[in-house]
Ligand binder design. Structure first.
Ligand code: COA
Length: 262
C-alpha cells in the first residue's frame, strides 16, 4: 500500500497511519480524506490488524484542520457536500471501526484535526499538543462532528465555551487532560512508544469482543439506538465466537488465550 498523503507502518498487528503533509501542517484535503477512507476500509477487513493508531507527520501538528485553501471558494451546496462526504468517509468511519483506533496527538489538533482525534476511540497527547476548534473565527462552524462529539466528551457547557471562543479557546494538552478531552499526556518523545504500548495491551484481547465493545459503547450515542439493548445483543453474540471458547478455555486451563478473531 502506498499513498501520496499517508505513511503506513505495521508492527505486531498494530497499524500506525501517519498523515503526511507536514508543510501544510497535515491539513485534511479531500485527497487525504479519500486515502484515509481506503486505508481504514482495508484495515477493517484485514484480520492481521488488531489496533490502529492515527498520528501526524513532523513535530508541529497532528492535523491543523480541514484544508482552508481548498474550501475557501466553495458555495453553500459544495460546503454541505464537503461536510457530508467527510463525515461518511472519515469521521463516522473511524468512530464505527470494528477495531480500536487511538489518536496520538503530536501537535496542533485544530478544527478537523481535533474532530479526527475525537472520532478515534480515545486519545493520547504529547505535552506540546494544542487543541481547539477555531472555525467560528473563519466564519464557519465545526463541520466534521465537532459540535456533537465535543459535547459528548466534555459536556455541553465546556463544548460551547471552546467552540464559541474559536482560536482563543485553543488549549494546551494539560488542560485538555483536565477536561477529559484526552486520556493521557506524555513527553513528545514518548508519545508513539506510550501509544504503541497501550495498543499492544489492547491487541492481546479478543478482536471479536473488542469490536462488540466498541459497537455497544457507540450505540449509547447513536440517535434512536437503545444502548442497553445493543449491549445485550453484542454480549450474546460473543457466546457464539471461537474467541469466547478460546478465552474461557484458556482461563480454566490456566494458560494465555490465543485469539484468532473469529
Ligand atoms: N488549511 C490549509 N493550510 C494550512 C492549514 C489549514 N487548516 N493550517 C496550516 N496551513 C498551512 C499554512 O497555510 C502554511 O502554508 P504556506 O507555507 O503554504 O503558507 C503552513 O501550513 C504552515 O502554517 P503557518 O500558519 O505558517 O504556521 P504557524 O506556526 O504560523 O501557525 C497555526 C500555525 C496552526 C496556528 C496556523 O497555521 C493556523 O491557524 N492554521 C489554521 C487552523 C484552523 O483554523 N483550522 C481549522 C480549519 S476549519
Amino acid at each position: 500500500m502506498s499513498f501520496a498523503n499517508l505513511l503506513i507502518a505495521d508492527v505486531d498487528g498494530i497499524r500506525t497511519i501517519t498523515i503526511n503533509r507536514p508543510d501544510q501542517l497535515n491539513a485534511l484535503n479531500r485527497d487525504t480524506i479519500d486515502e484515509l477512507d481506503k486505508v481504514l476500509t482495508e484495515a477493517d477487513a484485514d484480520r492481521s490488524i488488531r489496533v490502529l493508531i492515527i498520528t501526524g507527520s513532523g513535530a508541529k501538528a497532528f492535523v491543523a484542520g480541514a484544508d482552508i485553501k481548498e474550501f475557501a471558494h466553495f458555495s453553500v451546496e459544495e460546503g454541505k457536500a464537503l461536510s457530508a462526504d467527510g463525515h461518511k468517509k472519515l469521521f463516522t468511519h473511524v468512530e464505527g471501526m470494528n477495531k480500536p483506533v487511538i489518536a496520538a496527538v503530536n501537535g496542533f489538533a485544530l478544527g478537523g484535526g481535533l474532530e479526527l482525534a475525537m472520532s478515534c476511540h480515545f486519545r493520547v497527547a504529547s505535552e506540546t499538543a494544542k487543541l481547539g476548534l477555531p472555525e467560528v473565527g473563519l466564519g464557519v462552524i465545526p463541520g466534521y462532528g465537532g459540535t456533537q462529539r465535543l459535547a459528548q466528551l466534555v459536556g455541553k457547557g465546556k463544548a460551547m465555551e471552546m467552540i464559541l471562543l474559536g482560536s482563543a479557546g485553543m488549549m494546551p494538552a494539560a488542560e485538555a487532560l483536565q477536561w477529559g478531552l484526552v486520556n493521557h499526556v506524555v513527553p513528545a518523545d514518548q508519545l508513539l512508544s506510550t501509544t504503541l504500548e497501550l495498543a499492544g495491551k489492547i491487541a492481546r484481547n479478543s478482536p471479536t469482543a473488542l469490536g462488540s465493545a466498541i459497537r455497544a459503547v457507540n450505540a449509547g450515542y447513536e440517535p434512536g439506538a437503545d444502548g442497553m439493548q445493543r449491549e445485550i445483543e453484542e454480549f450474546g453474540t460473543c457466546f457464539g465466537t471461537a474467541d469466547f471458547k478460546e478465552g474461557t478455555s484458556a482461563f480454566m486451563e490456566k494458560r494465555k488465550p490465543e485469539f484468532k478473531g473469529e
